[in-house]
Design a protein around this ligand. Structure first.
Ligand code: NAP
Length: 466
């Protein structure tokens, strides 16, 4: 599998195994070769190839490994990516990558569940380490892939699958390994964050900003994975597993997207000292965990609120570390390639040092993974923003507060703009701590009151964030 190809720097290299040589020379000067096969030659594939071609020498100096691109699979082998691909085979046969005896490591940047899932599985069965950026595949089929990687004794790297260039996987697996993690939360989808930022800054509705984002390349032609919160939920599934030592299980994440967020709510939030963010939260709550992706109000003064545009940020709270924050570009050709190649570096260094299974794939030894109960999102307590459109008739406030009181909900603040008995005017209430179930049940009755002219809008307020 390994071939010695050259020597860099000075110093004689003795015969024998790597361990002996490294032991003698203290982290040696020998360069070996790792032959790379890439599945997918789109945005991330192109970035990965560009990085390996551009920084190959630096990578060799840092790892003692020459990463050689051997084969790339794409549906469009003739396409021009502006790269010098001399000596690299570009094929439309992805199986030639995972089955080739001339490939040591497979990079999967094809996306989707199939054929990517079968290809990754085959590569692992063939004893090839895999690096993937495919969060959908990991969140939905990760358990089977991890088991196969373990059986074969090879790495499955996925730094690029969460928050692009932001090194949050490594932070959880290594830098914070000494901590019991209390919560991980953050902004994990740049498209949604861009749309919400632009809505606030320009005062324009969701549909207009989405169209603009699509024109600028910040949103896909089919934006549903992003704007419906699914992409962020895939990433949260991975973070929660690493943080809490629980198996990957996408189905247990509560997901709500941003399509229904109106510019009216954003303007109200701004006036009240908040911003609306699509926030992914994985939190310990007694013996249970909370797992949710949804739009929330965050205080203007919080660090989360300052994460704007296409940027991502992840906050991790450990019992000894306290809260640490990781910020940067969560997508794009170059940032994502940076994370893909970081995993290749890890694999190269492991090979050189003879390490096997040094860091468990999900940070904890597989026999210690425990499926933790997930709290029903409706039983999670917090404060809530409620916006009603009401005709301002005498006694309307008394009617509303009477319903809320019946459900045990107390009000922290009420804001109203304008007065009209004929047309409806907005009335915004902020509750004290209550459960989502209580608020939703009360809102069913409030919606049926005569002066209330539109379905009420409800957004959770996340307080206590960094
Ligand atoms: N884009 C980002 O910024 C980003 C960030 C983090 C993670 N990711 C993840 O990275 C993965 C790739 O994303 P991407 O944006 O690079 O996607 P992309 O631009 O659509 O590229 C996918 C590539 O896979 C190729 N492909 C698809 N099916 C194939 C098959 N059966 N055989 C051979 N090649 C096939 C496509 O070929 P054609 O081009 O010919 O169709 C294309 O080259 C996804 O899992 C995504 O979630 C992306």
């Amino acid at each position: 599998m390994w071939r010695r190809i050259e020597r860099v720097g000075s110093g004689a290299i003795g015969r024998g195994g790597w361990a002996g040589r490294l032991g003698k020379k203290g982290g040696g000067s020998l360069v070996e070769e790792l032959r790379i096969g890439v599945l997918g030659f789109g945005t991330v594939g192109t970035g990965t190839v560009r990085l390996l071609l551009t920084n190959g020498e630096l990578l060799a100096q840092r790892t003692g490994v020459r990463f050689r691109l051997v084969r790339i699979a794409t549906l469009d082998p003739q396409g021009d990516r502006g790269l010098d691909l001399a000596g690299i085979e570009v094929t439309d046969d992805a199986w030639k990558v995972v089955d080739g005896d001339d490939i040591d490591v497979v990079v999967e940047v094809m996306g989707g569940l199939e054929p990517a899932g079968s290809l990754v599985l085959r590569a692992l069965r063939n004893g090839k380490p895999v690096v993937t950026a495919n969060k959908a595949l990991l969140a939905q089929r990760g358990e089977g892939l991890i088991a196969e990687a373990l059986r074969s004794g090879v790495e499955l790297g996925f730094e690029a699958a969460v928050a692009g260039a932001v090194p949050v996987i490594k932070a959880l697996k290594e830098s914070l390994a000494a901590n019991r993690i209390q919560q991980v939360y953050g902004i994990l989808n740049g498209t949604c964050n861009y749309i919400l930022t632009e809505m606030r800054e320009k005062g324009l509705p969701f549909a207009t900003i989405l169209g603009e984002a699509q024109r600028l390349g910040f949103a896909e032609a089919d934006p549903s994975f992003d704007v419906d919160g699914i992409d962020a939920a895939h990433k949260l599934t991975i973070l929660a597993s690493l943080a809490f030592g629980t198996p990957l299980d996408f189905e247990r994440v509560t997901v709500e997207g941003i399509r229904h967020i109106s510019d009216v709510d954003i303007a109200w939030a701004t006036e009240m000292g908040y911003r609306i963010k699509l926030l992914a939260v994985a939190r310990r709550s007694g013996d249970e965990i909370e797992l949710g992706v949804r739009p929330v109000l965050v205080a203007d003064a919080s660090m989360v609120a300052t994460v704007e545009g296409v940027f991502n940020a992840v906050f991790i709270e450990g019992d000894f570390s306290g809260t640490t924050m990781y910020y940067g570009r969560g997508a794009g050709e170059r940032p994502t390639a940076s994370a893909v190649v970081a995993d290749l570096v890890e694999i190269g260094r492991n090979r050189r040092s003879g390490a096997r299974g040094r860091v468990p794939t999900l940070s904890i030894l597989p026999q210690h993974l425990v499926p933790l109960p997930v709290r029903d999102s409706r039983e999670q307590s917090g404060e809530y923003y409620i916006r009603l459109e009401v005709r301002d008739r005498p006694g309307v406030l008394a009617q509303l507060t009477e319903v809320l009181a019946r459900f045990g909900i107390s009000i922290d603040a009420i804001h109203q703009k304008g007065r009209s008995q004929e047309s409806a005017v907005p009335l915004v209430m902020v509750t004290h701590e209550t459960t989502e179930r209580q608020v939703r049940d009360a809102l069913v009755q409030i919606a049926a009151l005569d002066p209330v002219s539109e379905p009420p809008r409800l957004i959770r307020i996340e307080s206590g964030l960094a």
